[in-house]
Design a protein around this ligand. Structure first.
Ligand code: ADP
Ligand code: MG
Length: 411
């Protein structure tokens, strides 16, 4: 970090006389504002000095071999197609003989060549909520990597960030504090000023992923929705997000909703809108214990929803438990994984995401495994993580395809 950044950050702190002494220091409430201002200024500086965010956050580039892999063809076939199909992007020539493809070019190849089943005409995209009332279980990472993974199956993805902490927005290079106004979030929909979410959709640095960002102001929804319900009997506080997403579903193969670590009104909206629910659950004893609380609270919620709205006929197309942040060096991991399998049985996806060092450098923490073009550490470490995320995306993609085809058939 450069020194210019540091001095700028220290000045306001000195002005409120926060000195490094062991004696506790009385802080008036008014001092919090200075700390907050300082912190958000620092974050902007840090981001500008060492990260490469939107619009400077760059998607990875792909080698010929990687594009061939993503299209499920061999390199010979790829060379043949490159020669014979003039519409396919040719990439650009880098060091001597090797070609390099941008993400957008790679996605054109995937769209044209890969053998993936496309969403049939007239069938809408599916909505997936990522939820768990505990923080730090990798909800946001799961939302982002799933979006990236699915985009490499040629899918168009809309991400909706419902967490006032806005980590998903940050992974897209957008800082909630300085760059997101209330009007760019789901709030105008929640407040009933508009009836669909079109206004809030932003493109991102990643071709194939759009985003509706979050900001701290989302907390307002927690007061407004119950207030409105108390005033208007007919209002359906749980159905606001669902109604706002509906008109967008023609444009996306999948809408992925990241939720805050709480049973909030926004979380209820996400779950009630969702066709599929994914619950990331790390195999540690504490996370296992809190996941059981998640299910009992969720069950209480389902019961009270049935009381409030007996006509509500809510079905999930799928509910999945994802073993996440699996750390094989921890002795407890295997035991707790057994508990999870015994508890949730067939809900547990047949893949596990390992704890990985790949994103544990400061700059990489604003990204995911998919953001890395060339990993500086061991290739094996990178591959292990990447393969797990790819497999996870593949399983979800297969579920989506099965649902689309079933829907087409029943038409
Ligand atoms: P949540 O949204 O549930 O609070 P996050 O996705 O923000 O969880 O993840 C919490 C922390 O764990 C973040 O610092 C993230 O980078 C880290 N993390 C997530 N998945 C992994 C993983 N597979 N390996 C190592 N660290 C991870
Ligand atoms: Mg999160």
């Amino acid at each position: 970090m450069n020194t210019a950044v540091r001095t700028r950050a220290e000045k306001p702190l000195m002005s409120i006389q926060l000195q490094l002494k062991n004696a506790p220091k009385r802080m008036p409430l008014a001092a919090i504002k200075a700390i907050a201002g300082n912190a958000s200024e620092m974050l902007v500086d840090v981001r500008e000095s060492m990260l490469a965010p939107h619009p400077r956050k760059n998607p990875p580039v792909f080698t010929t071999a990687q594009v061939a892999d993503l299209c499920r063809i061999d390199r010979q076939r790829m060379h043949y197609l490159a020669r014979t199909e003039p519409d396919l992007p040719e990439g650009s020539l880098r060091h001597s003989r090797s070609r390099e493809f941008t993400l957008a070019e790679t996605r054109v190849w995937i769209d044209r060549i890969a053998p993936f089943v496309k969403r049939p005409d007239g069938v809408k995209g599916k909505k997936i909520a990522i939820g768990n009332f505990k923080g730090g279980v990798s909800k946001t990472t799961t939302a982002m990597t799933l979006a990236q993974g699915l985009s490499l199956f040629g899918r168009r993805v809309l991400l909706i960030d419902l967490d006032p902490q806005a980590s998903l927005s940050a992974l897209n290079g957008i800082l909630a504090d300085s760059e997101v106004t209330d009007e760019q979030t789901v709030l105008p929909l929640i407040y009933g000023d508009v009836d669909n979410l079109d206004y809030a959709v932003q493109s991102t640095y990643w071709d194939g992923i759009d985003l509706i960002p979050a900001s701290a102001a989302l907390f307002g929804a927690e007061f407004y929705l119950p207030f409105k319900q108390s005033k208007e009997q007919k209002f359906q506080f749980w159905n606001v997000l669902n109604k706002g997403i509906e008109p967008l579903l023609e444009n996306y193969d999948v809408v992925i909703i990241d939720t805050p670590p709480a049973l909030s009104y926004l979380t209820i909206n996400a779950f009630m809108a969702a066709d599929g629910l994914i619950v990331p659950t790390p195999p540690s004893a504490l996370d296992y214990a809190s996941s059981t609380q998640f299910w009992s609270l969720f069950s209480d919620l389902s019961e009270s929803m049935q009381e409030v709205a007996p006509e509500l006929d809510k079905n999930f197309d799928f509910i999945n438990v994802l073993l996440a942040k699996v750390d094989h060096s921890q002795a407890a991991t295997h035991i707790v994984r057994d508990w999870i399998n015994k508890t949730y049985e067939s809900l547990v996806l047949p893949v596990e995401i390992p704890t990985t060092a790949v994103t544990q450098t400061a700059a990489a923490e604003f990204g995911t495994v998919y953001d890395i073009s060339k990993y500086q550490g061991s290739l094996k470490t990178y591959q292990r993580a990447r393969e797990a995320y790819d497999r996870f995306a593949e399983i979800i993609d297969q579920q989506l395809v099965a649902l689309w085809l079933a829907e087409k058939e029943s038409e």
